[in-house]
Write a protein that binds this ligand. Sequence first.
Ligand code: GLU
Length: 307
Amino acid sequence: MRGRFAPSPTGRLHLGNARSALLGWLQARAAGGEFLLRVEDLDRARCRPEHVDGLYRDLTWLGLDWDGPVLFQSERADAYEAALASLRAAGRVYPCSCTRQEVARAASAPHGPLDEGPLYPGTCRPPGGSARPGAPAALRFRPRPGVTAFVDGVHGQAGHDVREAVGDFVVRRNDGVASYQLAVVVDDAHQGITHVLRGDDLLTSTPRQLQLYGALGLQPPAFAHVPLLHGEDGRRLAKRDGATTLAGLREAGVPAERVVGLLSRWSGLTDGRPCRAAELVPGFSLQRLQRSPAVVSAGELEYTLRP
Ligand code: GLU
């Protein structure tokens, strides 16, 4: 059994990321498995080295450790190109020069069923279409028709028809960088990940990734998508909520045990008493996780985390 945490170093870790890391770590350690760390720094413009240092510091502070060397996606371009070459050889990708605006204009609805932007209408798909010669082109993958179903460790039966939900999707951006969907599959397979645990904002990405596993002849891992933390306004807790970064809490003198206690209560694991991550390992199972989003109230946060 091998799990992983794969953050993008675009900011400081907040409580939401920390909870995914804690739960992934608990899942791996409770099974006597390994836990790997991968830095998803494909987006060079948004990722910063100081956030990588911060990541190590934050995880260590929480009491989470990882096995083996850290893998950086920014150093994996050759592996992504090799995967793209095999997709190309199988006739599964084609160049697309559509801009975002062109896709939006050509789509029948501003948002496809997944609300992740418009459904790609297939403008450049051969044999009928083709990319504009000389224009920067992305590569799009042609999914197989039909529902791509899977059993999620938290949500149970899940999946959708990728062609109907997002259409042909980008596997290499028009600046030559691999897309998240491609890189995550190539790297999870390369690192021998057997169990992926992550936030359920990525639940709708999984069918796309399963399609890529199939096309690349790779064995997919088991997936578990944990409910995100939400603020009182119903929006998911994100990096913009500055007060909830781990670095901020640490600098304010809040003990890590208190943060771990809070994270475990929001996951339905404990009553929230301060504890070390290692104390939660015995008896941990996905079945015990709360299935609905945890609502983080400002008052509760302030009270629990007061230094
Ligand atoms: N790097 C992604 C993120 O930070 C997570 C990728 C994954 O867990 O599959 O949102």
